[in-house]
Design a protein around this ligand. Structure first.
Ligand SMILES: Nc1ncnc2c1ncn2[C@@H]1O[C@H](COP(=O)(O)OP(=O)(O)O)[C@@H](O)[C@H]1O
Ligand SMILES: C[C@@](O)(CCOP(=O)(O)O)CC(=O)O
Length: 313
């Protein structure tokens, strides 16, 4: 066992397919490796078990309710390594805004899992990482698709279908993504419940929208493979129409989407669970992306990021 161990992860955005993915449709998500999360463990020889994060600073056994997922995950890991009473101090630091659709809960779970495997000096196969980190996600979300854990631990864009073995896909497209945060917090489990309730009440019309998200995601995959920026834009804009019908947009998101479209974005949609959180816009050139970022900030976005559409290591 080490005296000092670390685990890292990063943010993600869902390019297309959020919410549909909960019902078996495909989704495509991109790692945002410039926005990082880190978990650092110091061994405590006195047996103390302590946690420090944005949400909580104190004894591991009295962690606040919104860190219940991380607590359950750490308990599982200590049991797995036959060390339930091992002393540790874990410090989680994050640049990922929380409850904004950028995968903070999954990134925390991935960083913590990696840190404990490093602490106990054990190899961590990727499939074990996914399964383990999803213990925390199940607690936080109820029934996560697994997309967020897959992407916050990935180095390349992920093609994802729930319950299947998922894989990374190449994206070789010119163009830039602008990510903008409305600053409005929204919990994934609440947005997922909105869609579930609508599906129960309205049935077929909602199922049609979910199916359409799958169709548009497949169209996006073809557009990414062929370098077709216009086809990509059509699919992303169509997905926003579907997501609005599913009840997961928000006036603040709609306002930023309009600003993006008026200032040179060829596509704009919410990303992640919606009902607040972040939106993404696609710009054909970096100069347009930088202008968009300024305009979105002026329109009230609390933070913006510009990223190339084809991620680089
Ligand atoms: N820095 C952090 N340290 C520990 N846990 C975190 C941190 N940031 C986020 N989380 C966890 O993620 C939860 C938010 O997750 P969620 O509602 O899914 O939003 P997101 O879209 O950001 O993933 C928080 O309630 C907390 O449990
Ligand atoms: C809405 C959903 O498709 C994505 C949620 O993303 P986030 O937790 O808002 O980053 C839910 C899921 O995939 O489990």
């Amino acid at each position: 066992m080490k005296n000092l161990a670390t685990g890292t992860s990063h943010a993600k955005i869902i390019l297309i397919g959020e919410h549909g993915v909960v019902y078996g449709q495909p989704a495509i998500a991109l790692p945002i490796s410039t926005i990082q999360m880190q978990a650092v463990i110091h061994r405590q020889s006195d047996g103390d078990q302590t946690v420090k994060s944005r949400y909580f600073n104190g004894d591991f056994n009295t962690m606040s309710a919104n860190l219940g997922g991380i607590q359950a995950l750490i308990k599982t890991l200590l049991t797995r390594f036959d060390a339930p009473d091992q002393g540790f101090d874990i410090h989680i630091t994050s640049d990922i805004p929380s409850e904004r659709g950028m995968g903070s809960s999954a990134a925390a779970a991935v960083a913590v899992t990696r840190a404990f495997y490093d602490f106990f000096e054990q190899p961590l196969p990727h499939q074990v990482l996914l399964k383990t980190a999803n213990i925390a996600e199940s607690y936080t979300h109820g029934q996560p698709s697994g997309l967020d854990v897959a992407t916050t631990s990935a180095k390349a864009p992920v093609w994802f279908i729930k319950g299947r073995e998922n894989y990374t896909i190449p994206v070789k497209l010119p163009g830039y993504l602008v990510i903008a945060d409305t600053g409005i917090k929204s919990q994934t489990k609440v947005a997922v419940a909105t869609v579930r309730n609508l599906l129960m009440v309205e049935g077929e019309t909602i199922q049609t929208r979910i199916d359409d998200l799958g169709r548009l995601t497949r169209q996006t995959r073809a557009a990414l493979a062929d370098g077709q920026l216009t086809a990509l834009a059509t699919a992303l804009n169509g997905a926003q129409d579907d997501l609005r019908s599913l009840g997961v947009s928000h006036p603040a998101l709609e306002q930023l989407l309009a600003v993006a479209r008026q200032n040179g974005a060829i596509a704009a949609k919410l990303t992640g669970s919606g009902q607040g959180g972040c939106m993404i816009a696609v710009a054909p050139e970096e100069t347009i992306a930088n202008t968009l970022s300024q305009k979105l900030s002026a329109a009230g976005a609390t933070a913006t990021w510009v990223e190339p559409l084809s991620p680089t290591d």
